[in-house]
Structures are given as structure tokens and as C-alpha cells.
Design a protein around this ligand. Structure first.
Ligand SMILES: *Cc1c(COP(=O)(O)O)cnc(C)c1O
Length: 391
């Protein structure tokens, strides 16, 4: 069924699903590593790209393609490429677009291992990165060099929820012949579609909201046009960080409920953010839909909701945060985010530990910051749990 003109909720249910010979409503799982050729000539024409078809699952597979097409449609992109993890997707885009002597401008507030990947592996390969507070556009402009190939932003940023203006960042990138890449993991295409604001590439950890059930590790690259797709595909085929058919099936199943899950995540998060904001034990709360958020207007411009992630600082700093995490009962003490269950974690000692204290300080990640991934439970139960833990 073609769902191109359909509304977002309809696309979540129907995108990527094609006619099946048996009339199956759900696309089957092609759990195969390889595909038979009808003849030597057929095999040769598939390899030459003269005929459409599948050759080998690292190159393409019908179950993987169905999921890729679905999410490419949700993001408003040309095509997508499924990867074995979010980090595999992020590694692939840098490997595809940079080489020795190139320069990258990256948000200071990014997922910890993205920061480490650039400062470790890509630095060793001769790619230099400047980390900048991209929520301030003049910080991006000031750090652009002649050899800048990529502006890489995460918005809302991890874990501070700092917002970067996607449209303006794209203008700055294109003026200097660089590419804008956006990590859209926190919002998902339900609430933010960076390609519509001029981004060239979107990356996702599908481990989070897209799959949504905390039972898959996977990533995705979505591109705006064909030339970029060819570059990414070639790199992914060489480096091999692809997703497998079964995980593709699970993610495709997950996105059918994406819009309805995101609604509850966001509704719960807004109520909890307001509750935290008025609580005497809380020093500050960061949530894009609170008027107190420093880039509230920017968030309203490019997001259609505040999303499901909140970060906050307790008055008692690190000790109070540690105590709270050991006292919650319903909220699980675990890293990751975007699943149906509420998770709580401490970035300084967990997700952003490898960055080191200095880089954390520069990124505004204080030692007492707590990150909450709000699930789809009843919000009163969640508030009761958070409240008893803060008593
Ligand atoms: C989790 C995450 C990643 C990395 O994804 P994996 O699937 O864990 O490899 C990248 N970016 C953001 C914003 C994330 O939350």
C-alpha cells in the first residue's frame, strides 16, 4: 500500500509494507544470508546493477529493506540504511564523508561514545574535531575551517537537552560546502524531522524510541538524496556494520506504535517535568517544553513536542542523585532510553563517564545531573515513585 500522502500515524502502521504472495499482513522474515541466482547471467546482471534483486544479506535483504523504507518515509528521506547499532550508523557516516586532513564541528552535548569515537579513532585517522556549544550558532560559525566537511549536531543534546537550530545550522554548513548531520534519536520522526529543516543526513539509535521495547540494539542512517545514499551504502557494505533480518522485523513492528507511544511518553514527561520543577529538593529541570528551558523558542520552532527525556539536578548534588537512584522502585536504574519502561541514570558515572570530567564540564554535564527516560506507565505511579525517592 502506498502511504505517501497519509498522515504520520497512518504511515507508522503501513509504511514499508508491500504485497506478499500469500497475502501476509505482516512482512515475513527472510532469515537468509544469501540468495540463489537463476543462472550465471542473472547473477552477473545483479552484480552489475542491471537488474533489481538481492544477492547477499550484507548488501540487501527484503526484511531489512522493508524497515528501511518505512522509516525513510517517516523521516521524509530518500532512502535509509539499517545498521547493527546507533554507533555503527554514526561510524559509517564519518567513515563515508571524512578522510585524513578533514575537520568536523560537533556539539559538545552529544552521546558519550560519539564524542569518544571522534576523539579516539577518527583523530588517529587524521580527522580533527572541534567540539562547540552548537546551541549558540556563532560558536558553529567561529569554528568552521576551510577543511570542515561535517557539522554534526544532536538536538536535543545528550544529556543536557540543549537545543540546536537545525535550519540555521544547515545554512551555515551549506555556505561552507559542508554537510549537516543530525542525531534524531531523542525526538524520533514523530516529533522532529531534520531533513525538512535542511539537514543532509539523519542518524538514529533505533535501540531507543524507534524500536521502543528495549529488546533490540540497532541503528539507522537516513539520507535526503541519491548521491549521498550511494556513498553511505558503499561504505556500509565495506565496513559491514549492517543490521540483521530479525532485528529489522522487530524494529518494523515497533514503529507501528511509534506515534501512540510517543504521545504517552511526552504527556507523562511534561507532567513529571512540572512536578520536578516545583519540588523543593530539585535545583533545576531541563525539558524542552518548559518555558524555563533556555532554548524554549527554538524547540517550539523545530519540534512538535517536548519528547520523553528529562534531565534534572538535585540540590544535594552527586550524593543526593546516588541516593535517589538507589531508592526508586518503579523506575529502573539502567542506561539506554526510549523504551516503554521508565529508566533513570547518572550520566557522570555512567553514559558520559568515558568523556572524562573536563569534557563533561565543557558540555554542561554536572556531577549531580540525573537523566530520566519517561516510560508509558501511569504517570501518577511514576510521580509517586519519584516523590518517595526524593523524600
Ligand atoms: C544510544 C544512543 C546512540 C548510540 O546508539 P547504540 O544503538 O547504543 O549504538 C547514539 N546517539 C544517541 C542520542 C543515543 O541515545
Amino acid at each position: 500500500m502506498s502511504s505517501e500522502k497519509a498522515k504520520f500515524e497512518t504511515k507508522c502502521v503501513h509504511a514499508g509494507i508491500e504485497e506478499d504472495v500469500y497475502g501476509a499482513v505482516v512482512p515475513p522474515i527472510y532469515q537468509t544470508s544469501t540468495f540463489k541466482f537463476k543462472s550465471a547471467k542473472h547473477g552477473a546482471s545483479l552484480f552489475a546493477g542491471e537488474e533489481k534483486g538481492h544477492i547477499y544479506t550484507r548488501m540487501s535483504n527484503p526484511t531489512i529493506n522493508a524497515m528501511e523504507n518505512a522509516i525513510a518515509e517517516l523521516e521524509g528521506g530518500y532512502k535509509a540504511l539499517g545498521c547493527g547499532s546507533g554507533m555503527a550508523a554514526i561510524h559509517t557516516v564519518f567513515a563515508a564523508l571524512t578522510g585524513c586532513g578533514d575537520h568536523v564541528v560537533c556539539s559538545t552535548a552529544v552521546y558519550g561514545p560519539t564524542n569518544t569515537l571522534l576523539r579516539d579513532i577518527f583523530k588517529r585517522m587524521g580527522v580533527e574535531t572541534t567540539f562547540a556549544d552548537t546551541s549558540n550558532l556563532s560558536e558553529i560559525e567561529a569554528n568552521i575551517k576551510k577543511n570542515t566537511k561535517i557539522i554534526y549536531i544532536e538536538t536535543p543534546g545528550n544529556p543536557t537537552l540543549a537545543i540546536t537550530d537545525i535550519e540555521k545550522s544547515a545554512e551555515i554548513a551549506h555556505k561552507s560546502k559542508a554537510v549537516l548531520i543530525v542525531d534524531n534519536t531523542f525526538m524520533s520522526p514523530a516529533y522532529q524531522r531534520p531533513l525538512e529543516f535542511g539537514a543532509d543526513v539523519v542518524v538514529h539509535s533505533m535501540t531507543k524510541f524507534l524500536n521502543g521495547h528495549a529488546d533490540v540494539v540497532a541503528g539507522l542512517i537516513v539520507v535526503k538524496e541519491e548521491e549521498m545514499y550511494k556513498k553511505m551504502r558503499k561504505t556500509l557494505n565495506q565496513t559491514g556494520g549492517v543490521i540483521d533480518p530479525f532485528n529489522s522485523f522487530l524494529v518494523h513492528r515497533g514503529i507501528k506504535t511509534l506515534s501512540i507511544r510517543m504521545e504517552r511518553h511526552a504527556e507523562n514527561a511534561m507532567k513529571i517535568a512540572k512536578f520536578l520543577e516545583q519540588h523543593p529538593a530539585v535545583e533545576s529541570v531541563s525539558y524542552p517544553w518548559l518555558e524555563s528551558h533556555p532554548q524554549y523558542d527554538m524547540a517550539k520552532k523545530q519540534q512538535t513536542s517536548g519528547g520523553g527525556i528529562i534531565s534534572f539536578e538535585l540540590k544535594g548534588g552527586f550524593a543526593a542523585g546516588e541516593k535517589m537512584m538507589n531508592t526508586v522502585k518503579l523506575c529502573a536504574l539502567a542506561v539506554s532510553l526510549g523504551g516503554v519502561e521508565t529508566l533513570i541514570q547518572h550520566p557522570a558515572s555512567m553514559t558520559h563517564f568515558t568523556m572524562g570530567q573536563e569534557a563533561r564540564k565543557a558540555a554542561g554535564i554536572t556531577e549531580g545531573l540525573v537523566r530520566l527516560s519517561v516510560g508509558i506507565e501511569n504517570v501518577d505511579d511514576l510521580i509517586a515513585d519519584i516523590n518517595q525517592a526524593m523524600e
